[in-house]
Ligand binder design. Structure first.
Ligand code: AMP
Length: 113
């Protein structure tokens, strides 16, 4: 996707502070952190949002969720963390490349919305 900022981070044309990378996913620190630790995990394949997950691409979501505990541990999140996915306009998804926020490093607010 030519105009996708996260695709540009994945291809290296926009710099990022990487937290984890393999052949299918990339994790990088959010440029505007909302917690002491705020990392985004994205599939390298462009999937616009959780609404576009289907039988053909769901394996990368499973892969992300198997790697999140490892990424969280590497970030020092030993006392818990929150995983957030915003899907669509009502959820204020600003970047239309599916991503999972990992937030932690402090006692988080109990409110979800
Ligand atoms: P969302 O609102 O769920 O779509 O989240 C998009 C996130 O991407 C926000 O938390 C932004 O701060 C973050 N973001 C946008 N551009 C960049 C960038 N170049 N590097 C790192 N994070 C970014």
């Amino acid at each position: 996707m030519n105009d996708c900022i996260f695709c540009k981070i994945i291809d290296g044309s926009i710099p990022s502070k990487k937290a984890y990378e393999d052949d299918r996913i990339l994790a990088f620190h959010d440029v505007n952190p909302q917690a002491p630790v705020h990392v985004l995990v994205v599939p390298k394949e462009h999937i616009c949002c959780a609404d576009a997950v289907n039988e053909d691409n769901a394996d990368v979501v499973a892969h992300i969720f198997t790697k999140i505990p490892e990424i969280a541990k590497s970030l020092g999140l030993v006392n818990g963390y929150r995983i957030v996915n915003n899907c669509g306009d009502d959820a204020c998804q600003t970047v239309k490349h599916m991503h999972f926020h990992i937030l932690g490093g402090k006692q988080l607010n109990g409110e979800m919305a």
